[in-house]
Design a protein around this ligand. Structure first.
Ligand code: CDP
Length: 211
C-alpha cells in the first residue's frame, strides 16, 4: 500500500497560497485543508463566547472543542478574524490542540494539501513536497484589499498595516513561527498572475515528486 501523498504550502497573508493549494489539490486529486481557518474559527468563537484572546489556557481549551462545522461559520474571512487568529495562534496550547487534527486530516488516504504557516516545518515535516509562497507586502496588501473592499469600506493603508503587523507577529512567535522549511521550494508571486503562479507551483511540486 502506498502512503498518502502530503503537500505542504506555507507563506504569509495574501501570498496566493490558498488559491494555489486548492488548485494543487485538484491537480493531484488530494483533499485540501486551509489551516488558517482553524485559527480564525478559534478566534471568532473565543470573541463570541467572551473568552479573552490573550488567555492562552482558555483559548487552548476552546480549540480542543473545535468542531468541523465551526469552519463554515460566519465572518471567518474578515480582517478582524485574521487579526484575532494571529493572536490565538501564538499560544502553545492552541497550536497543540490543532496539531493532531491537522495530521489526521493529512494522512487519511489519498492524502492532502495543507496550507498555512508551519506545515512544512512542524505539522508535516516529512511532506512529499513543500512550497513557501511569498510576495512583496504592498502587492499582497493590494490583493487582499481588492477582496475585502468588495464587501466592506476599508482603506488600502489599513490592510497593508494589518498584513505587516500579522507577518511580524507570525514570524516572531517562539512556537512554530512562520518560516520557510529548509527543504521547501520558494515561489515569489510578486510579478505573477494567479494562473502563472499555479503553473509554476505545479512545476516545482512535480520536480520534487520526481526526485
Ligand atoms: O488568508 P491569510 O493568509 O490572510 O491568513 P490565514 O492563512 O487564514 O491565517 C490566519 C492566521 O492564522 C495567520 O496570520 C497565522 O497567525 C495563523 N496561522 C498559523 O499560525 N498557522 C497556520 N498553519 C495557519 C494560520
Amino acid at each position: 500500500m502506498t502512503s498518502p501523498l502530503t503537500i505542504a504550502i506555507d507563506g504569509p497573508a495574501a501570498s496566493g497560497k490558498g488559491t494555489i493549494a486548492r488548485r494543487v489539490a485538484e491537480k493531484y486529486a488530494l483533499r485540501h485543508l486551509d489551516t488558517g481557518l482553524l485559527y480564525r474559527a478559534v478566534a471568532v468563537l473565543c470573541a463570541s463566547e467572551g473568552i479573552p484572546l490573550a488567555d492562552a489556557q482558555a483559548a487552548g481549551e476552546r480549540a480542543v472543542r473545535l468542531d468541523p462545522a465551526d469552519l463554515k461559520g460566519e465572518g471567518l474571512r474578515s480582517a478582524a478574524a485574521g487579526r484575532g487568529a494571529s493572536v490565538v495562534a501564538a499560544h502553545p496550547p492552541v497550536r497543540a490542540a490543532l496539531l493532531d487534527w491537522q495530521r489526521a486530516f493529512a494522512t487519511l488516504p489519498p492524502g492532502a494539501v495543507l496550507d498555512g504557516r508551519d506545515i512544512g516545518t512542524v505539522v508535516l515535516p516529512t511532506a512529499h513536497a513543500k512550497l513557501f509562497v511569498t510576495a512583496d507586502p504592498d502587492v499582497r496588501a493590494a490583493r487582499r484589499w481588492r477582496e475585502l473592499s468588495k464587501d466592506h469600506d476599508i482603506a488600502y493603508r489599513t490592510v497593508l498595516q494589518d498584513i505587516e503587523e500579522r507577518d511580524a507577529r507570525d514570524a516572531a512567535r517562539p512556537d512554530a513561527p512562520m518560516r520557510q522549511a529548509d527543504d521547501a521550494a520558494l515561489l515569489d508571486t510578486t510579478n505573477m498572475t494567479i494562473d502563472g503562479a499555479i503553473t509554476e507551483a505545479i512545476r516545482l511540486i512535480d520536480a520534487r515528486l520526481c526526485t
